[in-house]
Structures are given as structure tokens and as C-alpha cells.
Design a protein around this ligand. Structure first.
Ligand code: NAP
Length: 259
């Protein structure tokens, strides 16, 4: 059983919603953050009714500069201490970098990296002071290689993997753990949001619930990094690092081509 208050970004759907459901079922309190107010409120009402836990909603576009500070100030003014930070909100985007909108890439970098980093910095202070806390960063198997046709997305997840592991090491004597969850394809709104329909990889998608369960358990145990599928974990750890770079780029690109 893991209790305490968890702040979950991107809790209005997909993996974030599934993580929020697990935490509420464990008897934990929640702060749900995303842009879709109606969906967050419906989830709050459902979790309060089902589990009798306290749930707060913060509606915020986390791709905007300054969003992390605004979320932090709201939790401070509501007197909500955060024991668990789940940085889950993120999106991808298909296409050649030079043909994609720069504004969209900027929003992606802001959400997937900058807001994640800022929220971590803001909330880790209280955790260190308390001598306990957990941070779960929802990253991706994309973080293990360059990704032609999703160049910026893959790079944002390489950042999340690197950053998460480095601060996990720095925090090792503080009682605060940091876990990176690296899923492969998951059946959520991600494919549509990132214009990824027609990419074959999502035919193999697993459920958001299964990924959330795996990530939540890894976070409970304070694991450094977890890949939810055994086959993927074996390939990423045992094969990918050995491949010549040009071959890896070819394989990686083929996986992102639309049919
Ligand atoms: N699905 C996959 O195949 C897959 C694979 C590996 C990793 N991941 C990672 O898993 C995480 C969750 O994605 P998902 O698959 O659950 O996708 P999803 O179903 O599209 O959910 C994304 C969540 O992020 C929120 N979000 C998006 N943009 C936001 C913004 N500007 N401000 C605030 N919240 C925002 C969305 O809420 P609103 O729209 O209400 O704001 C939603 O709750 C992401 O970091 C993604 O990179 C996904």
C-alpha cells in the first residue's frame, strides 16, 4: 500500500488516468493536472465516490512557460503537500523535422522536458526536507535511440531518461527515489495526438492499465528504470547498444514509417 498525496500530470486520459486510479485504490490522495477540465472533474468525482480519498483538480496547459510555477503555487495556496510526483503528461508528433511546425516542437520540448524538470525542482525540495518522497517520470523506449520521423520526441525522452537517472543518484541518501517508466506502444490517445495513425508499431500496443501497474510498482520499490515488456527490455538492453549507428537509424525509422 502506498499512501500520501500524488500529483499526476496528464491525468485526464491514458497512462496518467490509469496511474491516478491505482493510487486512489491504494487509498492515496491526488492532485490531477491537465487541460481537459470536464474529464478531470469526472475522474475526481468517480475516485472520491469509489475510494473516499481527497482529490483536487488543477486545470493547466503545461506546455506554456511558467506553468510548473503556477501549478506549484496552486498546491501551496491550497495547503497540499506533495509526497509523490508523477510527471506523465507528454505528446509526440510525426514527420520530418524540417517539415514540421517549429511551434509544435517547442511546445513538445516545453511539456516533455522543461515543465517536467521545473515541477521536479519545485516539489523535490519538500520531499528532501521530509526525508521521503517518490518521483515517477513517464519516459519511453524512444529514449534509447534516435528516432527519425519523431526526432524531437525521441530526443525529449532521451533527456528524461538521462535526467531521471542522474538525479536518482544524487538523491540516493535523501529518502527520495526517482523512477523512469519506459513503455513501448500503448493504446491511449497518444497516437491520435501525435499524428501517428498508420504507424504499424501501435498494432502491438498494450493497455494503459498494464503499463501504469508496472510503473506504479517500480516506483513503490524505488527502481531506477523500468521497461514494461520483457522482449523490449531484452532488445533495448542487449541488442540496441551493439548495433552500428546507421543500421539502428534504419531500423528505428522503419518502425515509424506510415503504411
Ligand atoms: N502511448 C504510447 O504509445 C506511449 C509510449 C511511450 C511513452 N508514452 C508517454 O506516456 C505519457 C502519457 O501519454 P499517453 O500515452 O497516456 O497519451 P494520452 O492518452 O494522449 O494522454 C496524454 C495526457 O497528457 C495530457 N497533456 C497533453 N498535453 C498537455 C498539456 N499541454 N498540458 C497539460 N496536459 C497535457 C493530456 O491531457 P489534456 O489533453 O487534457 O491536457 C492527457 O491527460 C507521455 O509522456 C508519453 O510520451 C506513451
Amino acid at each position: 500500500m502506498m499512501q500520501g498525496r500524488a500529483l499526476v500530470t496528464g491525468a485526464s486520459g491514458g497512462i496518467g488516468e490509469a496511474l491516478a486510479r491505482i493510487h486512489a485504490a491504494e487509498g492515496g490522495e491526488l492532485v490531477l493536472v491537465a487541460r481537459s477540465e470536464t474529464r478531470l472533474q469526472a475522474l475526481r468525482d468517480e475516485l472520491v465516490a469509489a475510494h473516499g480519498v481527497s482529490v483536487d483538480v488543477i486545470v493547466q496547459d503545461l506546455a506554456q512557460p511558467g506553468a510548473a510555477q503556477r501549478v506549484y503555487e496552486q498546491t501551496q495556496s491550497l495547503g497540499l503537500e506533495i509526497d509523490i510526483l508523477i510527471n506523465n503528461a507528454g505528446f509526440g508528433g510525426h514527420g520530418k523535422f524540417h517539415e514540421r511546425s517549429l511551434a509544435r516542437e517547442q511546445q513538445m520540448m516545453q511539456l516533455n522536458m522543461v515543465t517536467l524538470t521545473e515541477l521536479t525542482h519545485l516539489y523535490v525540495q519538500g520531499m528532501v526536507a521530509n526525508g521521503s518522497g517518490k518521483i515517477l517520470n513517464v519516459s519511453s523506449t524512444a529514449g534509447f535511440m534516435p528516432g527519425p520521423l519523431q526526432a524531437v520526441y525521441y530526443a525529449t525522452k532521451a533527456y528524461v531518461n538521462s535526467f531521471s537517472q542522474a538525479i536518482a543518484n544524487e538523491l540516493q541518501d535523501t529518502g527520495v527515489t526517482v523512477t523512469a517508466l519506459c513503455p513501448g506502444a500503448v493504446d491511449t490517445g497518444f497516437q491520435e495526438a501525435g499524428d501517428l495513425e498508420g504507424v504499424d508499431m501501435w498494432k502491438l500496443a498494450v493497455s494503459a492499465e498494464s503499463v501504469a501497474r508496472c510503473g506504479y510498482r517500480a516506483m513503490e520499490k524505488g527502481k531506477l528504470l523500468v521497461i514494461n515488456q520483457k522482449v523490449l527490455a531484452a532488445a533495448l538492453r542487449g541488442v540496441v547498444p551493439l548495433l552500428p549507428r546507421k543500421l539502428l537509424l534504419k531500423v528505428s525509422r522503419t518502425a515509424m514509417e506510415k503504411r
